[in-house]
Design a protein around this ligand. Structure first.
Ligand code: PMP
Length: 276
């Protein structure tokens, strides 16, 4: 089953209009929530970000956060999802094509579940990343359906036998195509400040809390590629990648990956999953 507004229907029954603004303009927002052992992880944080994205785009949600939470929880149970994700999005709805916001459209919420195993092997061994120019717009803090810059970056990674592409804007390393990026230097975790140039990841938020708990400084500060090459450790984070160590950056191999701080974060993350 899938959720469309407040109705549970089959995927085959779902109908998307050709003038839906999500389809025509990418005029909408989305979230991906992890489900571990049948339970959504950090659901409230995702809903807060969803509401914020909607507000930034003057998009009114068809259901309240509480209703979305209830319906999606029911969907997870209905589909008997144990380990996987829930994807949900809202578009501004159907209107005669015109760039300006329609005054009379009704936004459309859809949600579906998908089984997905945790990336155990990569979490242990690490991944290769490549770097690429950040060509995205200047509101990367909004989790919008417009993902052309992100998908082009990810394709660049695939074309270069890498798992993720980390983007660089004006010499500053921003974030991955679908992840936040971190380095560890002299016992401190460094990551790009949460401003308009990156998406403020929910996993990033969890990492910040873990770092505070285990006494590792979490520093939001700009850094360049040279500093990345000089770092002791590097990792990316996202809802699906969790805390993913990096063992190669472009042509440079990082030995001893995951490093001790990345490992400590991973261990604490594991505890949070168990407590979820
Ligand atoms: N940045 C971008 C561009 C992303 O697409 C994602 C994945 N949603 C993230 C960061 C990580 O966010 P989260 O931890 O909330 O999945």
């Amino acid at each position: 089953m899938i959720l469309m507004n407040d109705q549970f229907i089959t995927r085959g029954e779902a109908h998307i209009d050709i003038e839906d603004r999500g389809y025509q303009f990418g005029d909408g927002i989305y979230e991906v929530v992890r489900v571990y052992d049948g339970k959504p992880f950090r659901f409230d944080d995702h809903l807060i970000r969803f509401e914020r994205s909607a507000k930034e785009l003057s998009l009114s949600l068809p259901l309240s956060s509480e209703e979305i939470k209830l319906k999606i929880t029911q969907l997870i149970e209905m589909n008997n999802l144990q380990n996987g994700i829930v994807y949900f999005q809202t578009t501004r709805g159907v209107a005669t094509r015109n760039h300006a916001f329609p005054t009379d459209s009704t936004s459309v919420l859809t949600a579906y579940t998908k089984e997905m195993n945790r990336p155990y092997e990569k979490l242990q061994k690490g991944i290769k990343i490549v770097t690429i120019e950040d060509i995205r717009w200047l509101r990367c803090d909004i989790k919008s359906l417009n993902l052309l810059g992100n998908i082009m970056a990810k394709q660049y990674a695939v074309d270069h036998q890498a798992y993720e592409a980390v983007q660089i804007r004006d010499n500053i390393v921003t974030e991955g195509s679908s992840s936040n990026f971190f380095i560890v230097k002299d016992g401190k975790i460094l990551t790009h400040p949460a401003n308009n140039f990156i998406l403020k990841g929910i996993t990033r938020l969890v990492i910040e809390k873990i770092a505070d708990k285990i006494g590792i400084p979490f520093v939001e500060k700009e850094f360049n590629l040279k500093q990345v090459y000089q770092a002791d450790e590097a990792f990316v984070s996202s809802t699906t990648m969790e805390i993913m160590p990096i063992n190669q950056i472009n042509d440079k191999t990082i030995t001893n990956s995951p490093g001790s701080i990345t490992k400590a974060l991973q261990e604490e993350f594991e505890k949070l999953i168990k407590l979820n």
